[in-house]
Design a protein around this ligand. Sequence first.
Ligand code: AHM
Ligand code: MG
Length: 341
Amino acid sequence: MNDKLALPVGTTLDRFIMRKQEDFPFATGELSQLLRDIALAAKIVNREINRAGLIDVTGAYGQQNVQGEEQQKLDVIANIRFIRALRNGGEVCTIISEEEDEIIHTGNNKGRYIVAIDPLDGSSNIDVNVSIGTIFSIYRRLSESGEEGTMEDCLQNGTHQIAAGYIVYGSSTMLVYTTGHGVNGFTYEPSLGEFFLSHPNMTTPKTGTIYSCNEGGYNSFPEGIKNYLSFCKESGYSGRYIGSLVADFHRNLIKGGVYIYPATAKSPKGKLRLLYECNSLAFIAEQAGGKASDGTGRIMEIEPTELHQRSSLVIGSAEMVDKVEEFMKASVKAADTVTAN
Ligand code: AHM
Ligand code: MG
């Protein structure tokens, strides 16, 4: 990291974003404003989450999203809050959301940015006071300004992200983001209504001893993943699985570990969404010195072909992700040998 970019712990998110912008010549300030819009919506969603047990926002909304999953009321509320903030901000021409079937045109056709968002991740944990999160990716539009954004704008691979981040609504609320120059984390101070820099220049340990995986699906996991899980157990690793991707990822980012959601019989292409979940966290993982793979190759190089595309995900400490890929490769080789014989 460039020292010139270092700012002290306690710097407010707004000031931090503004100061970073000053370090980039020709920056127009639009991306900075966009990040601030996201932070504002995050504060509002945080407020709703914090009083979830007291007001009527828990439980099912009574509808399914495009992927046939039951929407929770807070899923819907968070979706509305983020879309409203992004629409009002004016920098974004098009939004894609895990909760929406189709592309959302904001009406700001001069907006230079595309946002992909999972407004509230970890739906199954909403009603039980367990950490949940928001995940976002920002891309520059490819189409001409002045028109609505296009499908091509939305289906860019992860290497084209210009910023990505997440908010974890946990024991404290944190916003972590990257613009491709390292990763910084901010903790929310509710009485002041501000995010403050608390985790500057976050880096993830090269390796760790935590694996996070829903082993309920074990019987239908690929052989390579089964073998890796046996390796984890033989090595005395700790299993830690919250069931909220953001929270599991955040813990592993800090402590060192690997999160695995492989293909299963129930979700043959994996459960997690490439555009709303995998790419964003992959960008952050790589910026922090970690890795993200689908078990065979780099997540950010997968060319998306549809909005709600799913992928297997192996993400976290670089050496652990490499190890999973090794086990995957070895199992394919072993299967090939058996077939050849
Ligand atoms: P969601 O976007 O509908 O909340 O689904 C994504 C979540 C992840 O946060 C979490 O890691 C995973 O689904 C948990 O799935 P499972 O219950 O199959 O372990
Ligand atoms: Mg999700």
